[in-house]
Design a protein around this ligand. Structure first.
Ligand code: DX5
Ligand code: ZN
Length: 214
């Protein structure tokens, strides 16, 4: 079974962003995964609107925007306006998840919820039928290149069960630490989308790495 692959640009060479994006654009990758970090929700600052806007000009592939920021409700409209196709906010980052999802859907783009390794899967229950995607973190968010947390496999099975039992159409995206050693298990346990940063961008041939995941 084929999964979607969403390369995380965080691991790309920013001195050559245009070239890096062109390589991904020409590859069989399905989406561009863009990690926005604010230094508050996570202990790192990555990039914001200018970079998302720039990448929007470099590809027609869907932009899968992962907001690791507090109070995402303040910025969602702008991320919609600059051309995001999927906007994912963390369940831990806001008390206004329902309103945020509604606002994203009003613009006819897709809404996702990301969930950290320590947050119970059952917390997703009340939202599972209304979102398009769950981003299951395989690492604590903040940095590319971290080691995959093995308990993510069990959490993936639990999430898959929740999606099936509730009749949800949400896709499962696994993000963080995805590599050649774990992607097969992730696929067989129900992952629909694999995000990969260092596995792709540290490899000599991005096409081979992307095709291997698919
Ligand atoms: C982690 C980010 C991930 C990360 C993935 O905070 O959300 O998207 O960049 O990078 P790798 O695949 O290197 O773990
Ligand atoms: Zn991410």
């Amino acid at each position: 079974m084929s999964v979607k692959v969403s390369p995380s640009i965080l691991a790309a060479d920013f001195a050559n962003l245009s070239l890096e994006c062109s390589k991904i654009d020409k590859s069989n990758a399905d989406w561009f995964h863009l990690d926005v970090m604010d230094g508050l929700f996570v202990p790192n600052i990555s990039f914001g609107m200018p970079v998302v806007r720039t990448i929007r000009k470099l590809t027609k592939k869907p932009l899968d925007v992962h907001l690791m920021i507090i109070e995402p409700e303040k910025y969602v409209t702008e991320f919609i306006n600059i051309g995001s196709d999927i906007i994912t906010v963390h369940i831990e980052a806001t008390n206004n998840l329902n309103q945020i999802i509604d606002k994203i859907h009003e613009s006819s783009i897709k809404a996702g919820i990301a969930i950290n390794p320590e947050t119970p899967i059952s917390d997703l229950k009340e939202y599972i039928k209304k979102v398009d995607l769950i981003c299951l973190m395989g690492v604590n968010p903040g940095f590319a290149g971290q080691k995959f947390i093995e308990s993510t496999h069990e959490r993936l099975k639990e999430l898959k069960q929740l999606i099936i039992s509730s009749g949800s159409n949400a896709l499962i995206e696994v993000d963080g630490g995805v590599n050649k050693d774990n992607f097969q298990d992730l696929k067989s346990n129900g992952a629909d989308v694999l995000v990969a940063g260092s596995y792709i961008f540290n490899s000599p041939d991005y096409n081979i790495a992307i095709d291997a995941l698919k």
